[in-house]
Design a protein around this ligand. Structure first.
Ligand code: EPZ
Length: 418
């Protein structure tokens, strides 16, 4: 029997818990080390399955990775021994595509498996490829691989047709070593993009405007190493706060970045939770029953799509009717059917879900379908009457570092069965 989580629900969570470093900042930061032959030290890389996959991929490309005495992870790519990101790795983690920009910039050649679709959507990378072509690269798709070549990338003005997080990160990393200036318009403003720019600037890159929709990068011949602390994970933080709200508990997260959480905190307040912020601490006091609220996902600083599933679990218990509109991914309601197995009343149609709140969930065996869906099932299980068993937990481990241990520290009755 595969690993699963068993949860006895019904107890309000209470206490304090530390937030980990952000998965979606750690992955591009690790890939940025490909841009230099000098060591890049990342102070707080989280212990996640996706990080392990990225380490494997970087080692395939020639990286030497070690942990230093301070607990930091040192990545040194003294020499690239390969330019290929193989299908067997890219198919397990689409963020592997983030090696394309650095390889093209440093070596002028890259062969990266085209990531296929995933549970939440088709997720093409056309905007990444169009951007690289604008920087002067020759791009071909052959046998399921992106073949990219360029003697030296040249700065250009790139306006993506839509806001793409890893697209912005990939193009920004490529432009760092390009000849001349690149301007990225309609860039993603996510905190993870700004954190990557902070690392690249520490390595010697020249970047202005990261965190806004217009980023300017002046190419330099080469960059060096740096030491960098990765930002806290705003999605893990949001998930832990919802755990407090959905159980009617009182949870404080520490080591967070509240300015990255504004939309999530505002929505929690709309659902009736009491939120207080002090420095890097955020406290969430849930109420007997959440209030209904409508949710529309959008790029940062809007409401994060990566919190949509967790809020669906919360709103499933609300007093009233809520409407959730998913604008980023075309197939991100897989958790709805599983929540309905626990007694929720959720109807989905296209990009809209109508959630009629019920007084309580019943424990049930449920199956995770993707990373954030698995978190929503764990949250529902914490609130449910009886026992919930969540299977396919490998989805959860991709983006949460020992979530059950953090929840246990808040009083949850949750255990991992192998
Ligand atoms: C990043 O994915 C995150 N992953 C996702 O988190 C997150 O959901 C997403 O941004 C949106 O916030 C990482 O950072 C590793 P996009 P990314 O490119 O960059 C379409 C999680 O749970 N699109 O911003 O792949 C795309 O299909 C994960 O931690 C194109 O059409 O997302 C989507 O509909 C899940 N062409 C939309 O744009 C492109 O070339 C936004 O995608 C690129 C994207």
């Amino acid at each position: 029997m595969a690993t699963r989580l068993v949860i006895d629900g019904g107890s309000p969570l209470r206490g304090e818990v530390q937030v980990s470093a952000a998965k979606n900042a750690a992955l591009p930061a690790l890939c940025a080390a490909l841009l230099t032959s000098e060591p890049v030290i990342l102070d707080n890389v989280p212990g996640l399955a996706d990080v392990a996959t990225t380490r494997l991929l970087l080692e395939r490309l020639g990286a030497e990775i070690s942990s230093d005495r301070g607990g930091g992870t040192e990545v040194r790519v003294g020499r690239l021994t390969s330019h290929e990101a193989p299908y067997e790795l890219v198919s397990t983690m689409r963020a592997s595509v983030l090696v394309l920009g650095p390889l093209l910039a440093r070596a002028g050649v890259a062969r990266v498996a085209l990531p296929g679709g995933c549970a939440i959507g088709v997720r093409p990378i056309d905007q990444h490829l169009k951007g690289f072509q604008k920087l002067g690269a020759d791009i071909a798709i052959q046998n399921g691989y992106v073949e990219a070549r360029s003697s030296r990338l040249k700065g250009a003005r790139i306006t993506t047709d839509l806001v793409t997080v890893t697209g912005t990160e990939n193009l920004m990393m490529a432009a760092v070593l390009a000849e001349g200036t690149t301007v990225l318009e309609n860039a993603a403003r996510e905190p993870e993009v700004a954190d990557l720019a902070r690392l690249l600037v520490a390595m010697g890159a020249r970047i202005d405007g990261a965190g806004t929709e217009r980023i300017e990068i002046q190419g330099v011949p080469e960059i060096g190493g740096a030491r960098h602390r990765i930002i806290p994970d705003r999605i893990e933080a949001g998930t832990l706060l919802v755990a407090g709200a959905i159980t009617g508990g009182d949870v404080t997260i520490t080591g967070a970045a509240p300015r990255h959480l504004t939309a999530t905190l505002a929505k929690l307040e709309e659902c009736g939770a009491t939120i207080s912020v002090a420095g890097d601490r955020v406290r969430c006091q849930g109420r007997e029953r959440p209030q209904a609220a409508d949710v529309i996902t959008s790029p940062f600083p809007g409401f994060p799509t990566d919190m949509q599933a967790q809020f669906m679990a919360l709103l499933g218990l609300a007093d009233g009717l809520s409407k959730i509109t998913e604008t980023i991914f075309e197939n991100r309601f897989m958790h709805a059917a599983e929540l309905n197995r626990m007694g929720a009343r959720i109807e989905t149609e296209g990009s809209t879900a109508v959630v009629r709140g019920v007084p309580a969930y019943q424990g049930a065996p449920v199956m995770a379908t993707d990373l954030r869906a698995s978190a929503s099932l764990v949250l529902a299980g914490l609130a449910a009457r009886g026992t919930t068993t969540v299977s396919r937990v490998y989805h959860l481990d991709r983006g949460y570092e020992r979530l059950e241990v953090r929840l246990q520290s808040l009083g949850a009755s949750i255990r991992r069965l192998r």
